[in-house]
Design a protein around this ligand. Sequence first.
Ligand SMILES: [Zn+2]
Length: 189
Amino acid sequence: MQLTWDPPVADGQYVAESAWERAVLDECPFHAGGGCGATGHGSYARVHPAGARVARFWCPVERASISLLPAFLAARLPGTLDELEAVLDVVEQAASVVEAAEVARPADDAHAVTSISAMRWVRRRLGPLRAALLALVTLLPALAGCRPTLGALRARLGVTRVLVTLRSLAKEHLHSLSPPLGLRARAAR
Ligand SMILES: [Zn+2]
């Protein structure tokens, strides 16, 4: 089970201040009334940003771990929501996805060495992200009638960082939205 968490430090200080060490689980997501004895269970490393860790807790009754993903990080993808937003911005402004892939693709992504793989790189990240934006303009009354683009959402919300804003506005919907914005778990088999 993954939950989002607002660290008590600026996003850029999360790693430097080891903010995950101070994470507190306000309430067990399985036992809202408490009493289950959910307790700290260490942390796990994220590949990117380098040095970042995610706090983890353990509920002994549910026999499940609970991780507190800092709200500015993408779910199940490396990197931050701001980084993904920058890529989506380029795509929205680019004439074609291929052109966007060549502009937005990080030079150090060894897997994205050709235009085709770069295009796949962009699509893999942005397909679920666009689906989440489309779902949110339907789910959130504040976004009713808004087009599901960053430009339109920025204007409607009056913010520059759309994805981190939506993470916080859509807290109760995150488990029904796909990663990297939402926290929906993989389908059970
Ligand atoms: Zn519990």
